[in-house]
Write a protein that binds this ligand. Structure first.
Ligand code: ANZ
Ligand code: ZN
Length: 746
């Protein structure tokens, strides 16, 4: 048999799967559906890096296993392609962003295919495709129609380098999340989406879903719901979550740019004492009422403030009852979502501003903001010569007169198009819905298809409220309060309109850890430490790369790339390749009882580990199994085929080749996933003889795979043995599992 040569095998099977469209799915299958999803990528010019490969391989493994388990699996892919890096590159190279995007997507597609990803390519979406963003615009108009999209002049976080407004979620330690520049505040008219209206639903929905605890906690903290009371100290209204501490309030603080005494005093309504009003930075202007009562005895920040400025501190005071105060109010930390950008490469916001003034007698208003009629969607991005953002903060679109000037759809008079575009989070807020019906040009997706992939039509009535949604969604932790929260909001809004079948879009969410560059730093182009999978595939093969990434460490933890460790998984694949020669020709072997136990416990462990995303221990279990088979004189075909089927999701090309070479006509990826037989798991029990200094002193019954430490503990607990051990030191012990334990004492 020839040598294992991934360079030959891998492209061969990739072509074959593509020709047969092996992973395309339709809604007409009698099998139960399964929707597995990995966050779609931003198609950057650098291509995929090995960090991306981790999450995609994991979900490819889950998808392949589900197919083998008999599900109709949709595992789609697409591109989240609007955004700054492409736009900035377009400015630098003076090329249209659409051209750059197309090239980048082509490269990503080539890379995905060379990794053996089992995507349904017929469902590919691209957020910058007018056929796609037509519906992003249509959905925006739904928000507008229902009063959830509005314009407001607000101080926004402004990045002076990117010349772009940022949502709170995009500001990290006061700096722009993308480029690290210090963020400034700038007053601007902005489009806003009223995500705060969904604060409670976004919170309570977390009870219905299977997300990691840390994801739930981050979303809860971000939404930041507090129950408290509003209390008046004369004309200053404060918000507190602890009205019971009011007798300890010795000052009031209103939000300010610096710490200073205002010279003013107000009355504490509970103690009737006059207390000073201060201004301070530690009170936020946009939370609660922007004013607090200072209770140094019970609040740490107030204590620090009181000590710093020698304000009175009352330690012993009587707590008031919560009910004594006014009405209860609920406040959230969550802010409405700044939904406009003054940049070129985004979805144009589909509204028109009409110039027609209101009648002086007030009997009719002007047209104001008019939505673009549905028949005129999409509002296409016009071709421009200059993509440079302007210093005035206006979008480059504003300078294209022939695009901007339009007739008002309402009165036909002079009007201007909105020149703001949507933020790069728009397209990803609903892409999982589009995958269900990607070519629909009448609707963003039909209810029928949505019901099939996301809905609960197949469930008993009692379980219908939550539906199924995307069955399993993997993505980055960095999206927890951005994309993950935004898309839950969009889906909940559409659910309330009756346009989608489930209120929670993702039934189960998991997150992969980052892959760091060698040396432990984050991979980044500027540091020149990005590892590109193409080179690895060339020298080791995609199956080795996939296996290595799953084997390198616990999936949810960050881990360093280590080039020299690729050889381990490669040798393992070579070993599996060679094992085939150990299947004897012509004669039939049967699996012995030990072999059966090992086979069934391997099936059990690998199956359970994949479900829990313990891919690293799943791979090591397969390695142990291959080593055990290697030691046999001959391998039974069933044992070998079991190994191949368990390995197939990890190393899809090599297992397909071997499967075919065993004489099978069908793909290994359509074979049933191996099932373990519970009755074969018990490796049996044996009587273990205990010898002390060469003489038999006792015996006990134990499982033949009991470990040494455990066996020794057991021995020490036996009364008939204890007397031989008291006051003695154990010099040596020898343990033969299932047979004997030998102890030598002083
Ligand atoms: C008196 C008090 C006594 C408070 C005490 C706390 C403990 P959360 O849970 O985060 O909602 N606060 C209210 N508005 C604020 C603002 N704009 N900026 C900064 N702090 C503000 O916290 C609510 C508590 O944070 C409120 O309850 C208030 O301090 C403070 F033993 O009032 B408390
Ligand atoms: Zn008009």
């Amino acid at each position: 048999m020839n040598e294992y040569d991934p360079k030959e095998i891998e492209p061969k099977w990739q072509k074959e799967w593509e020709k047969k469209r092996s992973y395309d799915v339709a809604e007409d299958s009698p099998k139960p559906k399964y929707y597995s999803l990995m966050e779609f990528p931003y198609p950057s010019g650098d291509g995929l890096h090995t960090g991306h490969v981790r999450g995609y391989t994991a979900m490819d493994i889950i998808s392949r296993k589900r197919r083998m388990e008999g599900y109709n699996v949709m595992f789609p892919i697409g591109y989240d392609a609007f955004g700054l890096p492409t736009e900035n590159y377009a400015i630098k190279t003076k090329r249209p962003p659409a051209d750059i995007t197309r090239e980048n997507c082509e490269n990503f597609e080539k890379q995905f295919k060379s990794l053996g990803m089992s995507f349904d390519w017929s469902r590919e979406v691209n957020t910058t495709d007018p056929k796609y963003y037509k519906w992003t615009q249509w959905l925006f108009l739904k928000f507008l129609e229902h009063g959830l999209a509005y314009k407001a002049k607000i101080p926004i976080n402004w990045c002076p380098k990117d010349k772009i407004g940022l949502a709170n979620e995009e500001v990290v330690d006061g700096k722009c999340e993308r480029c690290g520049t210090l963020v400034e505040l700038k007053e601007k008219e902005q489009w806003m989406l009223a995500i705060t209206k969904y604060a409670d639903k976004l919170l309570s929905g977390l009870d219905e879903v299977d997300y990691p605890e840390r994801v739930k906690v981050q979303q809860e903290n971000w939404i930041g719901r507090s129950e408290g009371a509003l209390i008046r100290f004369d004309d200053v209204e404060i918000f507190t979550t602890r009205p019971d501490t009011i007798r300890g309030a010795t000052f009031v603080v209103v939000s300010g740019k610096a710490d200073k005494f205002t010279g003013k005093y107000v009355t504490n309504p509970a103690t009737k004492e006059k207390i000073p009003v201060w201004e301070a930075e530690y009170v936020y202007s946009d939370y609660g009422t922007g004013a607090i009562m200072g209770v140094p005895a019970d609040d740490e920040r107030d204590m620090l403030f009181a000590e710093k400025y020698s304000l009175p501190i009352v330690r012993d005071y009587t707590k008031a009852g919560f009910e004594d105060f006014g009405k209860k109010v609920i406040k959230y930390k969550l802010r409405d979502w700044v939904f406009s950008r003054q940049r070129y490469w985004g979805e144009p916001i589909p509204v028109i501003h009409c110039d027609k003034p209101a009648r002086p007698d007030g009997r009719s208003g002007g047209c104001g903001i008019v939505p673009v009629p549905e028949k005129d969607l999409p509002v296409l991005l016009p071709e421009v010569k200059n993509y440079q953002p302007t210093d005035t903060g206006e979008s480059p679109l504003a300078s294209i007169e022939e695009w901007v000037n339009v007739a008002c759809p309402k009165c036909g008079g002079k009007a201007r198009r909105e020149t703001d575009t949507m933020p790069n989070w728009a397209g990803s807020s609903w892409y999982f819905l589009r995958y269900c019906d990607p070519h629909n040009d009448k609707e963003f997706a039909s209810m029928e298809k949505l019901k099939y992939w996301m809905g609960d039509a197949g469930l008993p009535r009692t379980e219908r409220s939550s539906g199924t949604g995307v069955d399993w969604y993997n993505g980055g932790m960095e999206h927890t309060v951005l994309h993950l929260l935004y898309s839950r909001f969009w889906n909940k809004f559409l659910f309330d309109l009756g346009l989608v079948p489930v209120s929670e879009p993702y039934k189960k969410r998991t997150s992969h850890g980052l892959i760091l560059a060698e040396g432990g730093e984050k991979m980044s182009k500027s540091k020149g430490n990005v590892v590109n999978p193409d080179a690895i595939i060339k020298s080791f093969g995609a199956d080795t790369l996939r296996l290595y990434e799953m084997f390198m460490g616990p999936f949810e933890q960050a881990i360093e790339w280590n080039e020299s460790s690729l050889i381990g998984p490669r040798r393992f694949l070579e070993k599996v390749w060679k094992l085939k020669a150990k299947i004897p020709k012509g004669q039939t072997l049967s699996i012995g009882s030990q072999g059966l136990t090992l086979m069934h416990s391997t099936i059990k462990k690998v199956s359970e580990d994949i479900e829990a995303m313990r891919f690293n221990t799943a791979v090591s279990t397969l390695m142990i199994y291959a080593n055990a088979l290697e030691k046999h004189g001959g391998i039974v075909q069933e044992e070998y085929e079991t190994l191949l089927r368990l390995l197939a999701p990890f190393a899809p090309h090599m297992t397909e080749e071997l499967w075919q070479s065993l004489g099978h006509a069908d793909s290994i990826h359509t074979q049933p996933w191996p099932k373990y037989d519970q009755s074969k798991l018990k490796s049996g029990e044996a009587t273990i003889v205990v010898q002390v200094n060469g003489r038999v002193r006792g015996k006990f019954v134990a499982s033949i795979d009991m470990g040494e430490a455990e066996a020794f503990e057991k021995v020490k607990s036996l009364p008939e043995i204890q007397k031989w051990l008291v006051g003695k030191e154990v010099l040596k012990r020898v343990y033969v599992p299932g047979k004997v334990i030998n102890i030598v004492t002083s």
